[in-house]
Design a binder for this molecule. Structure first.
Ligand code: FES
Ligand code: MG
Length: 580
């Protein structure tokens, strides 16, 4: 074992002045000199749970079991709070806080006497924020998922968190339910502590964290209230102490192979379109080259195996009982789609952990030769509207395929007039107004929703059609935008367009009525306007002061806007990646 970094604080004979100072205050709540000076690893618990973060709140309970594991292996625990990120509670958007929590955690891990850390992950952005910080500081780190909520039920049907909201909004717009029933329906999807029970961004990122090798095998899918969740918390606490003794660091685990494993697992689980943003960010902070195009070249041909909402029918408890991440990875290993040598936090390889893992319920996790959807990964599009955007093809519905794609078995081109919204408020204001001019041929555009325009990037690109079209049976229109989309949405939107309108990407030049052509075979999206006219529009917009977006409301909004990058490269704080 190398020298523990905490000794620079607590046991440094060369600087007895400071050692005394550091020691005295950590003694004041009852720790002893023996504990602080006898070479016991000091383990942080980066606590993301709080009353403000209900998805992760159960970590307050689980941390007790982590402590017992750490203690049993001879470590000392120092638990500390991480800036809260609650996906559904933070205004204007939780996206704003991922980089803030990252910054705070980097300072904590770097500046305090910690030899290793347990990252308590869960709700969407808590996972990338923690992994990004662990990548930057690169001290031994292991992630512990809080786990999904139990399955939601309403009148005998599974109601999945998030996904039911999109469905209930359509029912409300169509007059099928009233306001009270709307709330009852949505509340039914959240029956217990834990994060979203659908394959939203949380289940996605917790699964990918395990696929990256950063959490114990089989741990991601365990529902929050299950006893197994308590047990794996204890095992995680034990393991981090060993990792410190072995000096097993994030840079040993987060290799390019590990990221490619995660991309393939993302296709097989039907993972969220937020995953490319977050994996790009983690990769940049650990110094791994992971171009956005890798999502298509590595991931597109992988089939969808996991039958979870929104792409399928089941929920988190079913996913766990069917075998969770190891069962999925086991299927991919049989096809040679996993880099088996990738190291994981338990000190073994991904191959050793998952080879031969059986599927326990083939309705929920399909065997590779009977997938739900072939070629289920993302495609990456570009054109004169943006340099890069992603589309989740596994959620393109049969209705959508028939309406827009001349051959429903193939992903080919569609074209139509644009209706453009500037931010979510503009959309909510005008969507149902017939004067907006939306027809079944319309392509809906959302701009001003990127990392700069709507600071942090809002999950607003998946737009429902106007009520008057829903009642005629049009349940989805193509949506394109520079914002994000909730992982719980089943909309086949074209998302994360970079550069965004606020950075003067091509979307800033688009006008309602312009014709736009999207070709999924060639991966292109273009407004059908001559380059010369686009150049004129650009010059006029620059002369008018550029694409307008709302003012910052807080200091952090202003700071982040000044340094944040675009989503195709992770939307990190540019410049932060050089600190490793
Ligand atoms: Fe927190 Fe979905 S809102 S996990
Ligand atoms: Mg989300």
């Amino acid at each position: 074992m190398t020298q523990l970094r905490s000794r620079a604080w607590f046991d440094n004979p060369a600087n007895i002045d400071m050692t005394a100072l550091y020691l005295e205050r950590y003694l004041n709540f009852g720790l002893s000199l023996e504990e602080l000076q006898s070479g016991k690893p000091i383990i942080g618990i980066a606590q993301t749970g709080s009353d403000l973060s209900p998805c992760n709140r159960h970590h307050l309970v689980l941390a007790e079991r982590v402590r017992e594991g750490v203690r049993e292996m001879g470590g000392i625990v120092l638990e500390f709070p991480v800036h809260p990120i609650q996906e559904t509670g933070k205004r204007p958007t939780a996206g704003l806080d991922r980089n803030l929590a990252y910054l705070g955690l980097v300072e904590t891990l770097y500046g305090y006497p910690l030899d290793g850390v347990v990252l308590t992950i869960g709700c969407d952005k808590t996972t990338p924020a923690c992994l990004m910080a662990a990548a930057t500081v690169n001290i031994p780190a292991i992630a512990l998922s809080v786990g999904p909520m139990l399955n939601g039920w309403h009148k005998g049907e599974r109601t999945g968190s998030g996904t039911i909201v999109w469905k209930a909004r359509q029912m409300l717009a169509a007059g099928e339910i009233d306001d009270a029933e709307f709330i009852r329906l949505v509340a039914s999807s959240a029956p217990s502590t834990g994060y979203c029970n659908t394959m939203g961004t949380a289940t996605t990122m917790n699964s990918l964290c395990e696929a990256l090798g950063m959490s114990l095998p089989g741990s991601a899918a365990i529902p929050a209230p299950y006893r197994d969740r308590q047990e794996v918390s204890y095992l995680t606490g034990k393991r981090i102490v060993e990792m410190v003794r072995e000096d097993l660091k994030p840079s040993d685990i987060l290799t390019r192979d590990a990221f490619h494993n995660a991309i393939r697992v993302n296709s097989a689980i039907g993972g969220s379109t937020n995953a490319p943003i977050h994996l790009s960010a983690i990769a940049r902070h650990i110094g791994v080259d992971l171009p956005l195009k890798d999502w298509e070249t590595e991931g597109h041909k992988v089939p969808l195996l996991v039958n979870l909402q929104p792409a399928g029918e089941y929920l988190g408890e079913d996913y766990y009982r069917a075998g969770g991440v190891p069962a999925v990875v086991g299927q991919l290993i049989e096809q040679g789609l996993i880099h088996e040598d990738a190291l994981t936090v338990n000190g073994k390889t991904m191959g050793d952990n998952c080879r031969g893992r059986a599927i326990e319920d083939e309705k929920v996790i399909r065997p590779f030769d009977r997938p739900l959807v072939e070629d289920a990964g993302f495609i990456v599009l570009s054109g004169n509207l943006f340099d890069a955007a992603v589309m989740k093809t596994s959620v393109i519905s049969p209705e959508f395929r028939t309406r827009y794609l001349s051959n429903p078995d193939d992903l080919n081109a569609f074209e139509g007039p644009a209706v453009v919204f500037d931010g979510p408020e503009d959309y909510h204001h005008r969507i149902d107004d017939p004067a907006t001019g939306i027809t079944p041929e319309t392509l809906l555009f959302m701009r001003g929703a990127g990392p700069i325009g709507y600071p942090g990037a809002a999950e607003v690109v998946n737009m429902r059609p106007p009520a008057y079209l829903i009642t005629e049976g049009v349940s989805a229109l193509p949506c394109i935008g520079d914002g994000r989309q909730s992982g719980t949405s089943g909309s086949p939107s074209i998302l994360n367009a970079s550069p965004e309108a606020a950075a003067m990407g091509g979307l800033a030049l688009l006008r309602t009525g312009d014709r736009v052509r999207v070709d999924l075979n060639t991966g292109t999206a273009n407004v059908l306007i001559p380059d010369a006219e686009l150049a004129e529009r650009r010059a006029a917009l620059i002369a008018a002061g550029g694409y307008a977006y709302p003012k910052s409301q807080t200091p952090w909004q202003e700071i982040q806007r000044a340094v944040v990058g675009q989503m195709n490269t992770g939307a990190i704080l540019e410049g932060a990646e050089k600190y490793q």
